[in-house]
Design a protein around this ligand. Structure first.
Ligand SMILES: [Ca+2]
Ligand SMILES: [Ca+2]
Ligand SMILES: [Ca+2]
Ligand SMILES: [Ca+2]
Length: 307
């Protein structure tokens, strides 16, 4: 946390600070090397199987009541969530464990202007309400934000959120200029059903026990397209030189600051944004004849030496 705070102060980036505090509110530190995850001897694969069964039990024994926008115990004549045509199942591998998670897609979202889907690194403006499944019957509220939306960044929240929100789009900002509350219409809207392994895992967090499945009512209002955490001209989603889709694990100059938070990605003393040529885009400059496929901003030998 000391490193994180120092970096944030160095960045003088108020928005990032707000994001970081929001992440902390969700029970996560912003240590970039291991966001919310600690190595332990817990059998996460076994827990994933337990969670898979209990999530399916829950989806078989509950339904979504459209009239009151609420998940309720199944009643005669209602369609169980597991059979609801709006329920989508996805699989993901996280830290070498296979997980299934589910979401009820009520509305995908109709953004105006069209910003498309967020990436796993983008900032999102959301409203949500969270509950955890105490058992297959009982839901416990642990969080509620129904008054005003909050900005979060999808690389810094529980992984179930990261993987779910990329399926939704934002809406249209209809806030009255000058004095109105922030108001959106036609945003993405759904309910997430997440195994503990994509939530707070075996450790839990403030107010949430370990090994509990989570349910969230979510609304996605807006996104920051091509979120650029370090404002160096390279969108965070592209600061992924190893190409595994996860920019959190890339640190070209090995200074313990991942590239997406690093102003000088190759550590050559020249800021990445100053290695972007006339168009300001660092991703399309390849000037080292000895290494013509490596962009200058990731090449510590260009332009300083070795040429
Ligand atoms: Ca960047
Ligand atoms: Ca990566
Ligand atoms: Ca960078
Ligand atoms: Ca540099």
């Amino acid at each position: 946390m000391v490193n994180c705070a120092t970096k944030i102060l160095q960045m003088f980036n108020r928005k990032l600070l707000i994001l970081c505090l929001s992440i902390l509110a969700l029970g996560y530190s912003c240590r970039p090397d291991s966001i919310g995850v600690t190595v332990d001897n817990f059998d996460h694969a076994a827990q994933a199987l337990i969670d898979r069964d209990s999530l399916i039990d829950f989806l078989e024994s509950h339904y979504y009541d459209d009239a009151i926008d609420s998940v309720k115990p199944l009643v005669t004549g209602a369609t169980a969530l597991i059979n609801d045509v709006r329920l989508i199942e996805q699989e993901v591998t996280e830290l070498e464990v296979d997980y299934k998670f589910y979401f009820l897609m009520k509305n995908e979202g109709t953004p105006v202007p069209d910003k498309g889907f967020p990436t796993v690194m983008d900032s999102v403006l959301v409203k949500y309400k969270g509950q955890y499944l105490f058992n297959t019957e009982d839901l416990i509220d642990f969080d509620e934000r129904t008054v005003s939306p909050v900005w979060l960044t999808l690389n810094g929240v529980i992984r179930g959120w990261t993987y779910s929100f990329v399926n939704f789009k934002g809406g249209e900002n209809i806030t009255v200029p000058g004095n109105g509350p922030i108001t959106y219409q036609n945003g993405g809207n759904g309910v997430l059903f997440l195994p503990s392994g994509l939530g707070y895992r075996n450790r839990g967090t403030l107010g949430i026990p370990g090994n509990v499945n989570l349910m969230f009512y979510i609304e996605l209002y807006d996104i920051v397209q091509d979120t650029d955490h370090d404002n160096d001209g390279v969108p965070s989603i592209l600061e992924d030189p190893d190409g595994d889709g996860d920019p959190r694990n890339d640190d070209t100059d090995e200074d313990n600051i991942p590239n997406y938070l690093d102003f000088d990605d190759d550590g050559d003393g020249i800021l990445t944004r100053d290695e972007g040529g006339v168009d300001g885009d660092p991703t399309n400059d390849f000037n080292d004849p000895n290494n013509p496929t490596l962009p200058d901003y990731l090449n510590p030998n260009y332009p300083n030496s070795g040429n």
